[in-house]
Design a protein around this ligand. Sequence first.
Ligand code: ZN
Length: 248
Amino acid sequence: MDDELIAKAVAVIRQARKVIALTGAGASTESGIPDFRSKGGLWSRYDPLEYGTISAFRADPRKVWGMLAELTEIVEAEPNPGHYGLAAPEKTGHLKGIITQNIDGLHQKAGSRTVVEYHGSLATFSCLTCGNRMSLAQVRRLVLPPRCSSCGSILKPDIVFFDEQIPPRALAYSDELLSGADCLIVAGTSGQVMPAALIPSRLAGQGGAIIEINREPVLGHLAGLVLAGSFAEIMNALAAESSKSPGT
Ligand code: ZN
């Protein structure tokens, strides 16, 4: 990793008043979770229209659980050094929060506390019939497809399907984070999934600095600083550099 670029990024972060982060699938690949959109990924094996929509789930939840059973295996994954590297500056007050498109809960596992899950998460499951909610721990004790403890209907994980809206609470929360933010760390995101893709331009529009960490950078002119490479390595290097006192 280029030490000079790391030092520059740390300087930008230190100068900012409010730093936030936006993460996507690329942050979790080093935890062994393949990008669902990649070649050989989940959506190349399951047709999103047949398996990834709430209407498909309502029509045939048992069939959709064929895909979900595979998806829910990611709850076994562990955070990588990048997740820990991003959790560290929140503890010292330098990072105000993370907006993530990931549903794996790895930021929280690594110790991050303010995490907006744009696409929901696998931490809870809901019954579309009676509104009952069950935790992952409860659901893990059940045979798949898991059934509601109150009414027996097949449960749906609280992830956002392709034809569902971003949860209003997540939108409000991310608005709050974005408001007044003057530095955004974008990591492991293709920048193509709406509406999360709008976040970097919004930040740039309010005069914020953008630091992009991607194996294949996508933000172009929006990114003031591009650190191309591994999320785990770069975040780890950033955290190590930040922990040094300024001027050393
Ligand atoms: Zn129910």
